[in-house]
Design a protein around this ligand. Structure first.
Ligand SMILES: [Zn+2]
Ligand SMILES: [Zn+2]
Length: 150
């Protein structure tokens, strides 16, 4: 692997968007960069703040539109319980993920358990429910934080 992980993520995002004919504009790219560099979930306002430190200040709608684009491309995920966003580390294929969120250190782990996705789908179907979005987030204590407590 050459280059640092952040460069790699951005280069992969560039390539993905090019492949799909989507435009990763400098602003969208910067939002993605801030999110991936943070290594933890960031709220829209934290992203705005981080962008203010850069050369150009952006209006909130610009950041929201950039986030919508990144969500649609699967480059980031939204954590509903935190009202925050995280970068995805495998955006090249569509996936149903679940998130483990540590309430102590803020660590977010993305899981991809197809069995969970399947069982939710069939449970919804049995109830005649038509899901539009699926949010699976567990909030608790990560292994490191649990270990430190003892
Ligand atoms: Zn993902
Ligand atoms: Zn933790």
């Amino acid at each position: 692997m050459d280059g640092n992980p952040l460069d790699l993520v951005l280069r992969r995002a560039d390539a993905l968007c090019r492949e799909r004919g989507a435009r990763l504009t400098p602003q969208r790219r910067q939002v993605l960069k801030i999110l991936c560099a943070a290594g933890r979930p960031l709220g829209a306002y934290e992203i705005l703040e981080a962008m203010r430190e850069g050369a150009r200040a952006l209006a909130p709608p610009t950041v929201y539109r950039a986030l919508d684009f990144l969500l649609a491309q699967g480059l980031v995920h939204k954590l509903e319980s935190l009202h925050a966003f995280v970068g995805c580390n495998h955006p090249e294929r569509p996936h149903c993920s679940q998130f483990l969120i540590c309430a102590d250190c803020g660590l977010v782990t993305e899981l991809e358990d197809a069995a969970i996705a399947r069982s939710l789908k069939s449970a919804a179907k049995e109830s005649g429910f038509r899901p539009e979005r699926r949010v699976v987030e567990l909030i608790g204590t990560c292994a490191d934080c649990a270990h430190k407590r003892h």
